[in-house]
Design a protein around this ligand. Structure first.
Ligand code: HEC
Length: 155
């Protein structure tokens, strides 16, 4: 009884194993046929390199950067009012981080005196001061910063 059970098992197992091996070769054959770039190791490596290439890259060529972002000097200079609205008002309108408010004439006058004139204020902006990043975080040229400061202090 048990011997015939063993025999049945071996037979069934053999059939199942055979089918699995047959299935494996079938899948491998189909995969080889439909894979468009199935080839030698070199072409497979090239494909992998392409597939895992980073989406972006860092461009360290200064000339290329210049071409992408024209220098501040190469465009038409903006007026003081334009610069203030675009780059300075965000902080100076409401007095963010202790920034002197645009309409606080006394504060501006005091600062003007403290740094010894408009040149000093322009330098403060170009270099940054306290909570203000250099150029107020903008790409304004020296000339535009000067116009902006002149506009703010009403000159
Ligand atoms: C991120 C906020 C911020 C932006 C943007 C910003 N400022 Fe300021 N600014 C400040 C703060 C804060 C101070 C006060 C710094 C201090 O006295 O410590 C200040 C001070 C100044 C002063 C007085 C400097 C001095 O020596 O007392 C001038 C002038 C000035 N800003 C002009 C500008 C101009 C022009 C722009 C735009 C190009 C600008 N700021 C953009 C935050 C800002």
């Amino acid at each position: 009884m048990s011997t015939s059970n063993d025999g049945n098992f071996v037979k069934t197992f053999g059939i199942v194993l055979g089918l699995l091996v047959f299935f494996m070769f079938t899948v491998m054959t189909i995969a080889n046929i439909i894979s468009p770039e199935h080839g030698d190791v070199d072409s497979q490596l090239a494909r992998i390199t392409r597939n895992i290439a980073p989406v972006g890259s860092v461009n360290t060529d200064p000339n290329a950067v210049q071409a992408a972002a024209p220098a501040a000097e190469s465009r038409e200079p903006r007026t003081g009012e334009q610069v203030v609205n675009a780059a300075c008002a965000a902080c100076h309108l409401a007095g963010v981080a202790g920034a002197p408010k645009l309409d606080d004439a006394a504060d501006w006058q005091a600062r003007l005196t403290a740094v010894g004139g408009i040149d000093g204020l322009v330098q403060s902006v170009i270099n940054g001061k306290g909570g203000m990043p250099p150029r107020g975080g903008s790409d304004a040229s020296d000339e535009e910063i000067r116009s902006a400061v002149a506009f703010i202090i009403g000159e």
